[in-house]
Design a binder for this molecule. Sequence first.
Ligand code: ADP
Length: 527
Amino acid sequence: MATPVNYPHEQMMAAIIDSSEDAIISKNLDSRITSWNRAAERMFGYTEQEMIGRQIHILIPDDRKSEEERIIEQLKRGERVEHFETVRVTKDGKQLQISLTISPIRGADGKIIGASKIARDITQQKLNEERLAIINDLAQSINRKLDTEAILQLVTDGTTRLSGAAFGAFFYNKVDVNGQAFMLYALSGAPREAFDRFGMPRNTTLFSPTFDGTGAVRSDDITKDPRYGHNYPHKGMPAGHLPVISYLAVPVISQDNHVIGGLFFGHPKTACFTEEHEKLVVAIAAQAAIALDNARLLQEVQFLNRKKDQFIGFASHELRTPLTTVKGYLQLLSAGIISVDDALKRVTPQVDRLEAIIADLLDISRIQAGKLALAPEKISLQNLIKESAELVDLSSHNFQLENAKHDTLVYVDRQKFSQVLVNLLSNAAKYTPAGKLIKVSWSIVGENAHIVVEDEGIGIEQKYLEDIFSQFYRVSSSENQGKGIGLGLFIAKEIVEAHFGQIWAESEPGKGSLFHVTFPVNRMVTG
Ligand code: ADP
């Protein structure tokens, strides 16, 4: 066993003080510094020479100057002050959170002649505690909220505080229940007017990593970034924009891997955002995405619930109307007021209508259950169009079928695709006065077939051209009363899209409509 070396006591103490991580300072009762170790030099930025003989007040912020008097009083009474948390100022003016332990120093005669102070820098620890509190608070509150705007605001406020940004913004791409996309945004640290006139950030080279979800962008001075300042018309920040030098932007990505928005932070000084800030914001962005997804799901469920209620009311009304008519004729028949022939003639169309409504309703429930199974087969497009047209009574119209030069084989579900064409042609027949033109033409453009159903009917106003493809949507006009239940085009669209195609309409009220269907002729469609 090695023999312990006995160092002189003072030498040993000096070595301990010198190597301590804590600042160890001694002072006399006039508050003048009598010793200042290396850790004190590192922590406060003053050298030993600068500090010996100087009053300790230089380290105390103005609003805490009275603290020193209290400490001296306590020391004079011989009391020790333990782990007292306070704030001190460094040579370059930075405020440090410190934990102080102060003990009286007695002279040879036992009288108190000064004090030793041990100071530990707890700035980082305090910051971490504060961050943890913000994160906990944020995680709890966003998970409790199911309202998108409230979540956006909470996340923006929380991340702006965590990153120490001068201001933060959250841009969120909202898709409403009707599939319309628009952008919402929340701000923190800046009034709404500061942003309102600048519009939404566009997908420029600088913003694109955030919008396409590539990753975070963090810069100590964004004005020096090679991607900055090239975009028309502002070539950088538009005039009047809040000053941004330090920049941090983080994409917000949903669980199904869609970029749903971005968090942006700015500060007018350089180098404000650290890697740690970035990691914190990235972690919160992931939490925010989950909360926003939940809020969206709830809105969808609520919307579908309302739709379901509407649907039940609507379907029962639509089913009851022909039934009541049928019942009326049957009563007339049994009372001998009309003949059997007459009754059959009147009842049959009502029964056909009931059958058509029920077929549509069954299709809708299959679509909603995600069970629109396709049975694709290779068939002649020309035959498919001809067969479909034969299923619709176009005898009172001027019907024309204009075939392409060459027939082509298409890979589609025969019955379902025919249903699309039948629907378009029956609509044309329903909404076009007798004698007027109804025309089907088709062509092959590259890999795609393009079918056009044209009529000289009542037409559709521009503003309804997209809505007519939604469930139960009917343009309310006297001319189309009692002619349908607004499901045909919705079903047609679902079928065309299941074939990877598109359907859309062009129209001019009073002149007529064009319905277009395009789809890849050979794409394998799965059932
Ligand atoms: P409906 O069963 O009511 O015909 P659709 O979904 O097939 O339902 O059509 C939705 C709405 O679009 C119709 O109610 C009608 O207002 C309009 N519409 C569809 N096709 C035409 C057309 N060829 N001409 C004029 N309006 C049309």
